[in-house]
Design a protein around this ligand. Structure first.
Ligand SMILES: [Ca+2]
Length: 155
């Protein structure tokens, strides 16, 4: 019986790994961070605590992107857990922060407008997924986390 040299076996195993498909292209607008455990414990549901929770998205292109009609949502199907962007343009390379509570929108920070109590938070403390869709309903980017020990995730 012929012995197959170990080196040949190793090569045979390695080849399929090298042939793995290339990574998907970076989305033009990317979810870059979700701060899901608002500072302080227990979480009080106050407006400042709700605003301590946020998601950030960044325009990775060299063009201005209009976010009008785009949506941000979590994994639930609740209507209140869908944020629809109003007229807002994200300049090239810029990041916008979407905070959960109420506030006055600026060129860098938008507010979901949630209030009430501890149920007003959007992002779960342990695991969740953020989905960003454009005005046509196409999924642009998503970001999942599953880490109750951390306060935020970078995507
Ligand atoms: Ca907290």
């Amino acid at each position: 019986m012929r012995q197959v040299p170990f080196g040949l076996l190793a090569a045979a195993v390695t080849v399929p790994l090298l042939a793995a498909p290339a990574q998907a292209a970076t989305p033009a607008v990317q979810i870059t961070k979700i701060y899901y455990d608002s500072p302080g414990s227990p979480d009080t549901g106050s407006n400042s605590s709700l605003n301590g929770e946020y998601v950030q998205i960044r325009n990775t292109t060299r063009k201005v992107v209009s976010l009008k009609g785009w949506t941000m949502r979590d994994k639930t199907k609740q209507a209140g857990h869908v944020y629809t962007f109003g007229a807002f343009t994200l300049k090239p390379g810029k990041t916008v922060t979407l905070r959960t509570g109420k506030g006055k929108n600026t060129s860098t920070t938008l507010y979901w407008g949630r209030s009430g109590n501890t149920f007003a938070y959007i992002w779960n403390q342990d695991k969740d997924t953020a989905y960003l869709h454009n005005a046509g309903g196409k999924l642009i980017d998503s970001c999942s986390y599953n880490n109750p020990k951390a306060a935020y995730v970078t995507c």
